[in-house]
Design a protein around this ligand. Structure first.
Ligand code: HEC
Length: 265
């Protein structure tokens, strides 16, 4: 028993040492790769200053990039990549250091759990990274996120048709009335009769990511020009005393429960 414990301990210590070795080797690689400490410090400083430098992008080109990237990193990371890959070239830091591929987990409403559609999550990350978080005094990232979710919920998607579609022919359009992956994909599958693993469903989601990227860049371009006006009127906590979508009846049927605070009023 105690021997076992000791064994484990030693093993842990050994892997810690190996880990430390790896870090040292990694550091050597980084400096060999041409990154100097001042450059890293500069990149870090750039990442913590809002707004992030933004130059206007072509929405259609961005959508094409998102469509192609969907087939590599799926919805959320595809939307981030479509914007940041262009800004890497046009601006550099902090986009160069941003690890886009880590956000592949947004796929399927986060690892297949069907929560918020990854395209929305990706778009809202981009909006808040560029415009800055609301606690830093910039409201626009927050407002653009609200607008993005409302637009997604109310629009017959996908809007965008790629120049070279991987699936030929018409793709059915559906309005989800929800920013959730599960609801959005579910309603589309019901309307189209196509299962989750079909080429059509995949292409539909790739085109949805592209549509979201198009909408996002349209908002960012307006924001850059100083003419962005928030459209969303969504204030569930104020209006209902709970976070949520407006269409309570769609999930609750007739008996919408009343949250405790609202009940007290
Ligand atoms: C996307 C589906 C969905 C929507 C839209 C939705 N809810 Fe819910 N809500 C649920 C589910 C699922 C539960 C947990 C199970 C349950 O109790 O029905 C829940 C639970 C609640 C609860 C906790 C109390 C309870 O009885 O479980 C309240 C309060 C509530 N919802 C209020 C609302 C209000 C108000 C709205 C509209 C502003 C709303 N919900 C919209 C799915 C939804």
């Amino acid at each position: 028993m105690s021997r076992n414990k000791e064994c484990q301990c030693n093993q842990e210590r050994r892997s810690l040492l190996v880990g430390a070795g790896k870090i040292a080797a990694g550091a050597a690689l980084v400096s060999a790769g041409g990154f100097t400490m001042p450059q890293l410090a500069k990149a870090k400083a750039a990442a913590q200053q809002w707004p992030w430098p933004y130059v206007k992008l072509d929405p259609a080109k961005t959508a094409e990039l998102a469509y192609e990237e969907w087939y590599r990193v799926f919805c959320g990371a595809a939307v981030i990549s479509s914007v940041f890959s262009q800004l890497r070239e046009k601006v550099g830091e902090p986009y160069t250091s941003f690890p886009v591929d880590a956000f592949v987990f947004l796929e399927g409403g986060q690892v297949g759990w069907g929560t918020v559609c990854g395209s929305n999550a990706g778009a809202n990350m981009v909006a808040n990274l560029i415009a800055g978080p609301r606690i830093a005094g910039a409201k626009e990232g927050h407002l653009m996120s609200e607008d993005a979710l409302q637009w997604y919920s109310e629009t017959a998607l996908p809007v965008f048709v790629p120049k070279k579609p991987k699936v030929a022919g018409e793709i059915v359009k559906t309005t989800s009335q929800s920013p959730l992956c599960h609801v959005s994909v579910g309603k589309w599958m019901k309307a189209s009769g196509k299962p989750i693993g079909s080429a059509e469903r995949k292409d539909r989601c790739a085109r949805v990511a592209a549509s979201v990227a198009y909408n996002l860049v349209t908002m960012l371009n307006d924001w850059k020009d100083g003419k962005y006006v928030a459209k969303s009127t969504h204030a569930p906590v104020r209006d209902f005393g709970i976070t949520g979508q407006f269409n309570c009846l769609e999930c609750h049927g007739n008996g919408v429960p009343t949250p405790p605070l609202a009940a007290k009023k």
